[in-house]
Design a binder for this molecule. Structure first.
Ligand code: SAH
Ligand code: SF4
Length: 357
């Protein structure tokens, strides 16, 4: 059987493992520090542990389950990583340089079953969920990459916006959030973490109760059910009314801001009347919501879509602003290196198919 990654354990779970194995509790704290503060890559480097304990740990766990296959660095500093999992599946992780720090975009599943018609990740059906350890390991691979440069740069922000639907892998994603948020570990602040969902209304309600101050983003992408169903199948199960009811409950419980993501698709959802419908939809929650207008990243398999012209994006933005809706037009990152979710992976898989033919 595949050994489990120790990165998948919360500090409570790690402490329990030590107690169950006849070890002292403080040993768990020491290992935690080696993993997340000193960030060693091998148990043998944990020099304040006994040989016996190191053997026990090595027998039971691996540290990092990922293998780096491709790294691409864009001119704007964006770095895209392709990693191989122990079962040979591949995932992508993206590092973006923002004015406020280093932000990592993590993958949560191998493929995605939601199947949005504009998305490269949804082209490949979900093969499996990632474990919490495999999600934490993505952050650690990026942090190690910067540790090696010895410039003291730290991953300060995390967005759960890579391949997969995080709320379709809810428990592992919640454990991941607890692990990276732990004050004695990576200590990535909850307010510096954003989880993006395609709109699983039942899970949005559950997320409201989880106690972490993590930001929520919702991929809305359309102002009415007709358009939304045509581009996001999930809208059949959770139409806009159900989604908005969950949003209201979330806002009520948490009083935290929600971001609505809206990809601008030329002639599909980018007309001024769509902007008006969107403003009407959000008018009773203006204070706690904002809209992120996202340029469409062309996906060759989805050639029915193209990017909205700049003038149309500005018109759309103006209608929202006139209605008092908070709104930003998202800046792009790493366009010269296939930085859109799923693109590097789908390219690599095509290459492999071509060479195995
Ligand atoms: N499954 C989650 C999180 C991963 S997708 C979700 O859908 O929210 C992260 C974001 O990238 C989503 O807002 C998604 O709609 C967007 N996205 C997907 N394909 C895109 C593309 N080709 N161009 C621009 N954004 C895209
Ligand atoms: Fe899945 Fe999100 Fe892509 Fe839709 S946009 S297919 S939910 S990864």
């Amino acid at each position: 059987m595949e050994k489990q990654s120790i990165y998948g354990l919360t500090i409570e779970e790690l402490t329990n493992w030590f107690l169950e194995n006849g070890e002292k509790k403080f040993r768990a704290a020491q290992v935690w520090e080696w993993l997340y503060q000193k960030r060693v890559k091998d148990f043998s480097e944990m020099t304040n542990l006994s040989k016996n304990l190191i053997t026990k740990l090595t027998d039971q766990f691996v540290i990092n389950p990922l293998k780096q296959i491709v790294v691409q660095e864009a001119t704007d500093g964006t770095v895209k990583y392709l990693f191989e999992l122990p079962d040979k599946n591949m995932i992508e992780t993206v590092l973006m340089r923002q004015e406020y720090g280093l932000s990592v975009c993590v993958t949560t599943q191998v493929g995605c079953n939601i199947g949005c018609t504009f998305c490269a990740s949804g082209l490949l059906k979900k093969n499996r969920d990632l474990t919490a350890g495999e999600i934490v390991a993505q952050i650690m691979m990026v942090q190690h990459y910067f540790d090696e440069r010895q410039e003291g740069e730290r991953v300060s922000h995390v967005v759960v916006m890579g391949i997969g639907e995080p709320f379709d892998n809810y428990d592992n994603v919640m454990n991941f959030l607890h692990i990276i948020n732990d004050a004695k570990g990576l200590a990535i602040g909850a307010r510096h973490i954003t989880v993006s969902t395609s709109g699983l209304a039942n899970k949005i309600k559950e997320f409201a109760d989880n106690g972490l101050q993590v930001n929520l983003a919702i991929s809305l992408h359309a102002p009415n059910n007709e358009i939304r169903t045509s581009i996001m199948r999930i809208n059949r199960s959770f139409p806009i009314e159900k989604l908005m009811a969950a949003v209201d409950e979330y806002l009520e419980k948490t009083n935290r801001r929600i971001t609505f993501e809206y990809i601008m698709l030329n002639q599909v959802n980018d007309r001024p009347e769509h902007a008006q419908q969107l403003a009407d939809l959000l008018k009773d929650k203006k204070k706690l919501t904002y809209v992120n207008l996202i340029p469409y990243n062309p996906v060759s398999e989805h050639d029915q879509y193209s990017r909205s012209p700049k003038a149309d994006v500005l018109k759309f933005y103006d209608v929202l602003k006139k209605n008092g809706i908070n709104c930003v037009i998202r800046k792009e990152h790493g366009t010269d290196i296939d930085a859109a979710c799923g693109q590097l992976r789908s390219k690599q898989m095509k290459k492999e198919k071509a060479t195995t033919k």
